[in-house]
Design a protein around this ligand. Structure first.
Ligand code: ZN
Length: 96
């Protein structure tokens, strides 16, 4: 956005390679305990544990209420436990 549109268009016209470049990334992920996930979903019983509203829709795979299990204290320091997790609806997922 700092360049003018004319500069950007000139660069686009001058391109000789049109296919996107690729690069590799390495990501560290946490293996989450499926028992924690299941127990939190059972505890929630289809109700978002943040807004207390019924799940907005059902999971396509099995028809159960769609809630995301989210850790209260992030896993890069927090424990993967039932006590450190809540089941939340998609609306509440991004609200801290
Ligand atoms: Zn909610």
């Amino acid at each position: 956005m700092n360049d003018s549109s004319a500069k950007r268009k000139k660069r686009l016209e001058d391109r000789t390679i049109l296919l996107p470049e690729t690069y590799q990334v390495s990501t560290r992920v946490f293996k989450r305990n499926p028992d924690v996930l299941t127990e939190v979903l059972l505890r929630a019983n289809g109700i978002c544990e943040k807004c207390q509203k019924r799940a907005l829709f059902k999971r396509k795979s099995d028809g159960l209420p769609y809630l995301e299990v989210h850790h209260t204290e992030r896993l890069d320091g927090g424990e993967d436990t039932v006590e450190n997790a809540v089941a939340v609806c998609p609306n509440c997922l991004w609200i801290n």
